[in-house]
Design a protein around this ligand. Sequence first.
Ligand SMILES: [Fe+2]
Length: 384
Amino acid sequence: MAPALIETPQQTSADKVAEKVFAKDKIQAAYKEAFAQDAKTTNYEGELNGVGNFAPAKYPNYLPFWDDTKYPPYEPFEAYDHGKDADASFSSLLQGAEVEDLCANIGAEVKGVQLSKLSKEGKDELALFVAQKKVVAFRDQDLADLPIQEALDFAEYFGPSHIHPASGAPKGFPKVHLVHRSAADTTAKDFFEERTNSITWHSDVTYEQQPPGTTFLYLLDGPTAGGDTAFCNQAEAYRRLSPAFQQRLHGLKAIHSGHEQAASALARGSIVRRDPVANEHPIVRTHPVTGEKALFVNPQFTRRIVGLKKEESDYLLKFLFDHIALSQDLQARVKWAPGTVIVWDNRVTAHTAILDWQDGQRRHLARLTPRAERPYETPFEEKA
Ligand SMILES: [Fe+2]
């Protein structure tokens, strides 16, 4: 019998792989998510009661929930950076403290200070100290043990909290952003079937018109080894560029988009609390207290340089993203320990989580995210 003129195509294994890869690539074309979590991947019973060899969550009050409350778009507000009022000798913040630099040009570790007990002067100095050091790990803190509202009240001294559009939050506290991977969760293995590394350099939620400034992340539960967070000094990244290149970047703006993050959440059946936004920000921003200039682009949210054609924009952004990612001489890798609160200035740093443990240990952190001023730039200055 002669073959039919039109054959029904059979799906080959190549088709199936192509379909799977295409679906993932479509979502992750610009937004890479190594820590995507939602209600389906959260093992509530295991977290409350323990699972296998893993103990119950140490902080069940911080387990993540995704309720479908919708929030209106953000309105502009007048931001005030308390670092402006700080005594630069840090006599209220650091008296009697043990302070050690993590690296020569970024980061410090502090012992002997209880953040939650700081006076107004101490908090002002904290804002300045973190702006100068870029990232500071405070050890032996009680923030996680306080009632959640008290932790929020502490952070809101620095600015009104950001409510994340897609992340899990403790029940009744949408202003707390949670990073959570349940005990016995093995999705890291699935992730590495598709990707060679988990590195996702970014500054938090830069798609907002007024992204965060002084930002707090504290450990609730973590693996015995691994899950560190790496930070990059974006002010030093700017200073490394030649004057001619710095000058070229001044005046350029880039579009930062939250649309891909929202699409990724919806594609896995999760929620989006606020309609996604995109905003234009200067590529070089100025810190309102220190006056330092810093690169303000990141591969997770920065999509396009305004006024350039796609190829031109891609070329220049790729250079800047590589410059940030590859310059280990302006980065620090910060280790977590029980009681650690890491504070960074989101305006002058980028960071990435590191997914390097795959033995199913729980990782659970909470972020308090005060919003700051709309990024602005000041004119290029020739070095003296
Ligand atoms: Fe982040």
